[in-house]
Design a protein around this ligand. Structure first.
Ligand code: CU
Length: 365
C-alpha cells in the first residue's frame, strides 16, 4: 500500500516528505494508521549524525494510531484498537521480561532498523528504507512489531497521548520506577524541556518536597514552575551544584535526574546529590561521550544509574499515565506547544533546536 513518510537520506540534510510503498504486515506484525507522532530529540540526534544510523531511514518513535490490519498470529491487538508505539518492544518471554525488567527486553539486541526477520516493510522506488526503533512514526502508516504496540483506551485523544510513547514515560518513569522517590524527598532536575517537565511533574505527583529545576533558558525554567518545580536555577548565571546544595541543605538533594544528555550535566547532577544520594541519567548523550568522575563519590555511596523508556513496565506504565491524564491528574495537553502537518516537519525540528517549544506534534489527517 501507499503511505506518505518523511525520509532522511543524508545527515545534516532536511527530511524529504514523499510517497512510499508499505508492505503488508508479516506474522506477528501490525499495520497502524498513525494519528500523530511527537517530535523528539532522539530523532534529531540521527539527523545531525550524533547518533549514527543506517540511511535512508523514516524517523519518528513517539506515535499513536489505530490498528488497521494485523499479520498472522497476532493475538494482543485487532483492527480498530487504539495503540501507542513502544520504541522498546517487550517480548514477555526473555530473561529480562520474565524478571520484571521489560524495558531491557532481549529484542533490544536485534537491529532496531529492521523488523525481526531482518528486513524492512518500507520501500521507495523499490529500494528499502530503514525503520527507526521499529516505529517510524513520521509517516501516515507503519508496520510495527506486535511487541512494539501498546493497546490504550479508545476515549483518549491520540494526538495528545502519543507523547506518552517516549518523552512522557521517559521523563516520569524514572521518578516512579527507578528512583522510587518517596513523599517529602528533595529532587533536582537538570533539563526542563519536553522530557524534563515530566520528571518535574512526576516528582510533584509522588509528593517530593523540594523540586529544583535547572536549565540555561529562562523560558524553560518558567515552564518548570508551571509543571511543579519549587525552585528554578539558571545554570548560565550561577553554579547549579552550589545553588542546589544551598537550597536542599544536607549537602545536596536526595535524587538528581539528568535530562539533557551531556558530560557536564551528568557530572553536575551527580555532584548535586548528598552522600548516599541517587542520580538517574535520562538524557541521551551523543555517541562517544565519556564521564570524568571522582571515585570518592561512590565511596560516599552515591548511586549513578540510568533508564530508557521509564525503566519500568512500558505495557502498563503507558496506559497508567494516560489514565492519570484522563482523570485530570497529569498534564499532557499543556506539553504541546505546536501541532504541525507532516509537510512542516523540518520547521518542527527548527523550533526544537531553538528551544522554543516544549513538544511539537506532527498530526495526520
Ligand atoms: Cu524520544
Amino acid at each position: 500500500m501507499k503511505a506518505t513518510a518523511a525520509i532522511l537520506y543524508d545527515v545534516k540534510e532536511p527530511l524529504v516528505v514523499e510517497d512510499v510503498e508499505l508492505l503488508e504486515p508479516g506474522p506477528h506484525e501490525v499495520l497502524v494508521r498513525f494519528a500523530a507522532n511527537g517530535v523528539c530529540h532522539s530523532d534529531l540526534h540521527v539527523m545531525t549524525g550524533d547518533y549514527p544510523h543506517p540511511l535512508p531511514v523514516v524517523l519518528g518513535h513517539e506515535a499513536a494510531g489505530i490498528v488497521e490490519r494485523v499479520g498472522a498470529g497476532v493475538e494482543s491487538v485487532k483492527p480498530g484498537d487504539h495503540v501507542c508505539s513502544s520504541y522498546i518492544p517487550s517480548c514477555g518471554r526473555c530473561w529480562y521480561c520474565i524478571n520484571g525488567r521489560p524495558t531491557l527486553c532481549a529484542l533490544r539486541d536485534k537491529p532496531r532498523y529492521f523488523l525481526l526477520d531482518g528486513t524492512t516493510r518500507l520501500r521507495k522506488d523499490g529500494r528499502p528504507l530503514h525503520h527507526f526503533l521499529q516505529v517510524s512514526g513520521y509517516a501516515t502508516h507503519g508496520v510495527l512489531l506486535e511487541e512494539g504496540v501498546i493497546p490504550i483506551r479508545r476515549d483518549a485523544p491520540l494526538d495528545v497521548v502519543c507523547l506518552v510513547s517516549c518523552g512522557v514515560l521517559a521523563g516520569a518513569g524514572p521518578v516512579m520506577n527507578c528512583a522510587k522517590v518517596p513523599p517529602g524527598a528533595s529532587v533536582a532536575v537538570f533539563g526542563c524541556g519536553g522530557v524534563g517537565l515530566n520528571t518535574i511533574q512526576a516528582a510533584r505527583l509522588v509528593g517530593a518536597s523540594k523540586i529544583i529545576a535547572v536549565d540555561v533558558m529562562a523560558n524553560k525554567l518558567r515552564w518548570a514552575e508551571e509543571f511543579g518545580a519549587t525552585h528554578a536555577v539558571d545554570a548560565s548565571k550561577e553554579d547549579p551544584v552550589a545553588r542546589i546544595a544551598a537550597i536542599a541543605g544536607r549537602g545536596g538533594v536526595d535524587y538528581a535526574f539528568e535530562v539533557v544528555g551531556t558530560q557536564q550535566t551528568i557530572e553536575q547532577a551527580l555532584a548535586s546529590t548528598h552522600r548516599g544520594g541517587m542520580t538517574v541519567v535520562v538524557g541521551v548523550c551523543p555517541a562517544g561521550t565519556r564521564l570524568a568522575i571522582d571515585p570518592t563519590m561512590f565511596l560516599q555511596q552515591r548511586i549513578l544509574t540510568g533508564t530508557s523508556f521509564g525503566g519500568g513496565h512500558q505495557r502498563t506504565d503507558v496506559p497508567m499515565l494516560i489514565d492519570l491524564f484522563m482523570d485530570g491528574k497529569y498534564k499532557l495537553t499543556e506539553l504541546i506547544s505546536r501541532r504541525l502537518p507532516l509537510g512542516e516537519i523540518n520547521h518542527a525540528f527548527d523550533l526544537m533546536r531553538q528551544g522554543e517549544v516544549k513538544r511539537s506534534v506532527i498530526v495526520y489527517e
